[in-house]
Design a protein around this ligand. Structure first.
Ligand code: HEC
Length: 139
């Protein structure tokens, strides 16, 4: 009987942890979405598709997939010079968002990585911090 009560307790505890975790993920996703809409959508559009020849897409972008480690610095410091995104050449200038914190940058990246059908690996906050330390040092 005691053992059964213990098993029940474990199940209930597990369920609580599950619910808590999914709330947590939803929160960071919603936070990332709000930041995206405020800091990125006026150029990359709300649906991430960019603008014709001027602003590259973030939806299924091979550049995003290949440059995951560079995303934190791109968001903080911007990007200029020639780049190729899904076979299309761009040479415009993206301004950075230097006011965003490490946490905010992590949430924006993970929003991009999972929105609009993108299924890229979630980035950890500590990896974003490391990447930012490296690009801050290069400046
Ligand atoms: C002022 C307009 C503008 C804003 C705001 C902006 N971008 Fe960009 N973004 C660009 C342009 C233009 C490029 C291409 C730069 C080049 O040609 O070198 C670009 C390139 C990129 C790229 C690499 C190319 C690709 O599409 O895969 C990523 C990733 C990116 N931006 C993410 C973001 C994120 C995240 C934000 C918000 C924090 C943001 N951008 C805000 C204009 C903008």
């Amino acid at each position: 009987m005691r053992r059964l009560a213990f098993v029940y307790c474990l199940i209930i505890f597990g369920a609580i942890v599950l619910v808590f975790n999914s709330c947590e993920n939803n929160n960071t996703y919603t936070h990332g979405k709000i930041l995206y809409e405020n800091f990125c959508a006026n150029c990359h559009m709300e649906d991430g598709t960019g603008l014709a020849e001027v602003i590259p897409t973030l939806v299924q972008s091979d550049y995003v997939i290949l440059n995951q480690d560079k995303l934190p610095c791109i968001i903080r410091n911007g990007l200029s010079g020639e780049i190729t995104v899904n076979g299309k050449l761009y040479n415009t200038e993206m301004s950075g968002s230097p006011k965003l914190t490490e946490f905010e940058i992590t949430n924006v990246i993970n929003y991009i990585n999972t929105a609009w059908g993108n299924k890229h690996t979630i980035q950890k906050h500590l990896d974003v911090r490391k990447a930012l330390e490296e690009c801050d040092a290069e400046k």
